[in-house]
Design a protein around this ligand. Structure first.
Ligand code: RBF
Length: 368
């Protein structure tokens, strides 16, 4: 009995020991993996890196900021996933660069320096500049830029949306609303826009597009323009919205990524309206988001990543995408839009949208 007991104790001890060693080891592995990826804030891709096989293709999806809360980045990731899932022998990994823009160049350099990725895909107008010296240092590396413009580099290709059109359509609706008798509209002819930071595509396409769209309704409409200073501070964005509303603004455009939720809350509280860029956003704040544009970024990324996997990209090219091409839209068939905006206004808005879609009204992309 005594022997049996000590055997049982020994066996139990061995089981516990092996359990301890096993979990201890795997814990260490986890730590190593996390340690490796944390500095780049990497998010695991949908499959492991494919290292063998002649047809293997590895994609690095570089998010310059944080994915969640920024529709244009969410679509960058989802479009890539769609293409990679469809193509055997291909894999992807998502790297979030976070909000400190001073570190972006260094972080991308370390991704490129691994030599693992056939193509880097990233999105926003500043990224070609952030990557230019990296491209010279690593001339084998290919880059796809969406929502950006670059020409003349044989290892890069870029796709720029006509943001003048998206912004003009939203500005036109904002103008119609501020002049209307909708419950949240006042007698002041004032609209506003809250932007996260200034950059050429914003200053040359989006803000003038929005303002000119509104002024096409009534040249006396004024634009209250505010710069937040980052892409995440919802509380500060809310404060800006409050002060704009206090000064007579009744429609606010938001180009401030994740910080926009602060504006949703304040406009809901005060019964005012929002214009939203980049994706059908009505459901994010029904009755408050009165107009939404959209970029077909998921579709574009899906198409270009599929082309890259299949060796069909023409490197060194730059493409401009317009409403008439189907990559820029105003969303007019959403029930929240129909329920929020009276028919009389929607009819006028549709006339303008149709003119742009059919190429009757041409709004050119300026030199950036
Ligand atoms: N848009 C976002 O929605 N979220 C972001 O975090 C974000 N960061 C940006 C950083 C830089 C340096 C630049 C130039 C643009 C950024 N954008 C961001 C804006 C985005 O590219 C696009 O212009 C707007 O979303 C309007 O379509």
């Amino acid at each position: 009995m005594k022997i049996f007991n000590s055997r049982v104790v020994l066996t139990l001890f061995m089981i516990m020991l092996s359990f301890f060693i096993f979990t201890g080891c795997s814990g260490k592995e986890d730590e190593l993996t996390r340690g490796e990826t944390e500095s780049l804030n990497a998010v695991d891709g949908i499959s492991k890196i494919v290292k063998d096989g002649p047809k293997s293709f590895n994609l690095a999806v570089v998010v310059p900021g944080v994915t969640a809360g920024s529709p244009i980045y969410e679509q960058l990731v989802s479009g890539s996933e769609l293409a990679i899932k469809e193509n055997a022998h291909s894999s992807m990994k998502v790297f979030e660069l976070d909000y400190n823009q001073a570190q972006w160049n260094e972080k991308i350099t370390s991704i490129v320096a691994t030599g693992v990725y056939d193509v880097i895909i990233t999105s926003n107008p500043s990224m070609p500049y952030v990557c230019m010296d990296i491209s010279l240092q690593f001339p084998e590396q290919k880059f796809i830029f969406v929502d950006a413009f670059v020409s003349g580099n044989p290892n890069m290709t870029s796709y720029l949306y006509n943001q003048v059109e998206q912004s003009y359509m939203l500005g036109h609706l904002a103008g119609l609303i501020t002049k209307s008798d909708m419950t949240g509209a006042n007698s002041d002819k004032k609209i506003g826009i809250i932007v996260a930071q200034e950059y050429p595509a914003l200053n040359k396409m989006m803000v003038p597009g929005f303002e000119n769209g509104a002024k096409s309704v009534d040249p006396d409409i004024e634009l209250d323009y505010r710069v937040l200073g980052n892409w995440y501070d919802a509380a500060k964005a809310g404060e800006l919205a409050r002060s704009m509303i206090d000064s007579g603004v009744d429609v606010i455009g938001v180009i401030c990524g994740g910080a926009a939720t602060g504006v949703f809350d304040v406009c809901r509280e005060r019964g005012k309206y929002i214009m939203f860029w980049d994706e059908n956003g009505y459901a994010k704040a029904p009755g408050v988001i009165a107009g939404s544009g959209a970029l077909m970024q998921e579709m574009l990324v899906y198409e270009k990543v599929s082309d890259a996997v299949n060796g069909k990209i023409e490197w060194g090219t730059s493409t401009k995408l317009h409403t008439k091409d189907g990559y820029v839209k105003f969303i007019s068939d959403d029930p929240d839009y129909i329920n929020t905006v009276p028919e009389e206004i929607r009819v006028k808005q549709q006339v303008l949208v149709d003119k742009i879609t059919q190429g009757e009204l041409i709004l050119e992309i300026p030199e950036l």
